[in-house]
Write a protein that binds this ligand. Structure first.
Ligand code: ADP
Ligand code: C5P
Ligand code: MG
Length: 213
């Protein structure tokens, strides 16, 4: 499972462009990532989705560990998550299906902790920038409760949502602040309709020189 035993990053920025998509639970990371996949040819990798898939994969030694962290809204040890992300990137590159060169990757819901950010950038690939979806807690809460009516997710319930918000503020916001201090954050207000938020994102991407395909 180790992403790379050797020193240095597994992928070069010549071959891959990595954009992290961050924001609180329910801010709209998955929703907006779909838009970006369609128009910009990004490959979308959601850390949460990869963990949920690993949780139910037959033979996985991490199933129980992941289930526990997801329900408690805490962070799965980074070695597990980074290996899943790194291997998913390698699979996509091996298939050769990327629509651009360098291949574009949206890494959604990661890094959620400062050490994850450092570990990923040292062993997998440095990121280009961070798209941060900024959203008030009340808005995120109501979106998550609504999503919980159909998502079947173990953590779309009031108790887990409360814990996830806490983890976001205490553990994940410092990651955004760290990238911000390096001038690497595009911050977009995530309130309003899906289309309104996406328009703001496109505007910011244009300013950053990221073009549609
Ligand atoms: P995240 O991946 O950040 O947790 P999602 O993209 O899954 O968030 O969005 C959370 C829920 O809110 C989903 O049910 C989604 O359909 C809905 N949603 C996303 N963006 C908006 C928006 N701008 N307005 C209303 N609902 C939204
Ligand atoms: O991003 P998403 O809401 O799908 O994440 C669900 C859960 O997966 C998080 O609350 C957390 O328990 C776990 N997770 C993690 N590390 C990440 C991303 C998600 O531990 N980088
Ligand atoms: Mg999501």
């Amino acid at each position: 499972m180790a992403p790379s035993e050797s020193k240095g990053a597994r992928f070069s920025p010549d071959d891959v462009t990595v954009v992290f998509v961050l924001g609180g639970p329910g801010a709209g990371k998955g929703t907006q990532s779909e838009n970006l996949v369609r128009d910009y040819g990004f490959n979308h990798l959601s850390a949460g989705d990869l963990l949920r898939a690993e949780q139910v994969r037959e033979g996985s030694e991490y199933g129980e560990l992941i289930r526990h962290h997801i329900r408690e809204g805490t962070i799965v040890p980074m070695e597990v998550t980074v290996a899943l992300l790194s291997n998913a990137m390698a699979d996509i590159l091996d298939k050769g299906t990327s629509k651009s060169s360098p291949a574009r990757f949206l890494i959604d819901g990661f890094p959620r902790q400062l050490n994850q950010a450092h570990f990923f950038e040292e062993t997998v690939c440095p990121s280009k920038f961070v798209l941060f979806l900024s959203c008030p807690e009340e808005v995120m809460r109501s979106r998550l409760i609504k999503r919980g009516e159909t998502s079947g997710r173990d953590d779309d319930n009031i108790e887990s949502i409360r814990k996830r918000f806490r983890t976001f503020i205490e553990t994940s916001m410092p990651v955004v602040d760290d990238f911000e201090s390096k001038g690497k954050v595009i911050k977009v207000e995530a309130t309003g309709t899906v289309d309104e938020v996406y328009e703001r994102i496109k505007e910011e991407f244009q300013k950053k020189g990221v073009s549609t395909l």
